[in-house]
Design a protein around this ligand. Structure first.
Ligand code: SF4
Ligand code: SF4
Ligand code: SF4
Length: 321
């Protein structure tokens, strides 16, 4: 009556034969960005590591302080967490004397949700608690729908969503681009307070044009840098152009992101992962549709079950003979 592995495989193969008649499923392409998509341009060469953006983010989102020193005087988060949606990290090499230098230098990097064009957190969420706004592309979260499965945590290629393990009613934490402030005509608090324009808010299409403009400038020359909101109140100032690496991070990674980044130090060095251009959501949904839409898994399973049932009937018949 028991089933051995060879038996199951035989049944599975029978299911596989049926599969040959199933229709192939077309690969799903990366999704495209809404034309009115909003986002951020973070230019690490303008960042001075003041962390005003970290404090403003906490205040605007009502997030509690996080202590990493024994004195517990200051909010000193070391990474994004259930209490912190945005941090500025520092890269250091050798004697760390030169800003934005890979050798014997240091550089800053903003860490927060990148608002992917085709977000895998949205694709993985079984109850649509993570959603992408079809108009502005902001990836938002609804705590009232969330069931705490943490699929979004596992799915994000940037390790962004964090689960609040140490609260009685845990939620997922991640930046939502201050969407709650937009009804009052405000924009992302991190960009609003940034004294240098290192974090700049705006339409993603315009942020891309600004990033291209900066990369085309001669290193060492001067140019005008906007601050706050691109196209908003003029708070621009004149500054010196750094030697950028020729890469707009987020232009292509996993199908593109609505926060894009510029840096003078290679992105892998400052903690940004090297990723394919195909979105994880497109890859995993194509696989799922092939397996379930093409009935591969159900047929394999059914083949195994049919074999067991057949054998059981035969065994019973033999016993009754
Ligand atoms: S960075 Fe992660 S959490 Fe943010 S939208 Fe992309 S997949 Fe979702
Ligand atoms: S933890 Fe919540 S938001 Fe994340 S995938 Fe599960 S239900 Fe969706
Ligand atoms: S507020 Fe601006 S300059 Fe200060 S740490 Fe944040 S991004 Fe950098």
């Amino acid at each position: 009556m028991s089933m051995n592995r060879r038996g199951f495989l035989k049944g599975a193969l029978a299911g596989g034969t049926l599969l040959a008649t199933a229709q192939p499923v077309a690969a799903r392409d990366n999704k495209t960005m809404p034309p009115e998509a909003l986002g951020l341009l973070y230019d690490a060469t303008l960042c001075i590591g003041c962390k005003a953006c970290v404090a403003a983010c906490k205040e605007s989102n009502g997030m509690p302080p996080e202590f990493s020193t024994p004195e517990q005087y200051w909010d000193t988060p070391l990474d994004i967490s259930g209490k912190t949606l945005n941090v500025i990290k520092m890269y250091k090499s050798g004697n760390g004397e030169n800003k934005d230098s890979e050798k014997d230098g240091y550089a800053f990097m903003k860490v927060s949700c990148l608002h992917c064009v085709d977000p895998s957190c949205v694709s993985a969420c079984p109850v649509s608690a993570m959603t992408k706004n079809p108009s502005n592309g902001i990836v938002g979260y609804d705590k009232d729908i969330c069931i705490g499965c943490r699929y979004c945590v596992a799915a994000c290629p940037f390790g962004v969503p964090r689960f609040q393990y140490d609260t009685p009613f845990p939620q997922i934490s991640k930046c939502q681009l201050c969407r709650h402030r937009m009804k009052d005509g405000k924009y992302a608090a991190c960009a609003e307070v940034c004294p240098t324009g290192a974090t700049l808010f705006g339409k993603v299409s315009e942020l891309h044009a600004e990033a291209q403009r900066r990369m085309a400038l001669k290193p060492g020359s001067t140019t005008v840098y906007p601050r706050g909101k691109l196209g908003g109140v003029d708070q621009s100032y004149e500054g010196r152009v750094a030697q950028y690496v020729p890469h707009i991070y987020g232009e292509k990674e996993v199908g593109g992101t609505q926060m894009i980044k510029l840096s003078a130090v290679p992105f892998e060095k400052v903690g940004m992962p090297k990723l394919p251009e195909r979105s994880y959501a497109a890859t995993s949904e194509t696989m799922q549709h092939t397996l379930y839409g093409g009935l591969v898994l159900p047929l394999l399973f059914l083949g195994g079950l049919s074999y067991i049932a057949k054998r059981n009937v035969k065994d019973d018949e033999n016993e009754n003979d």
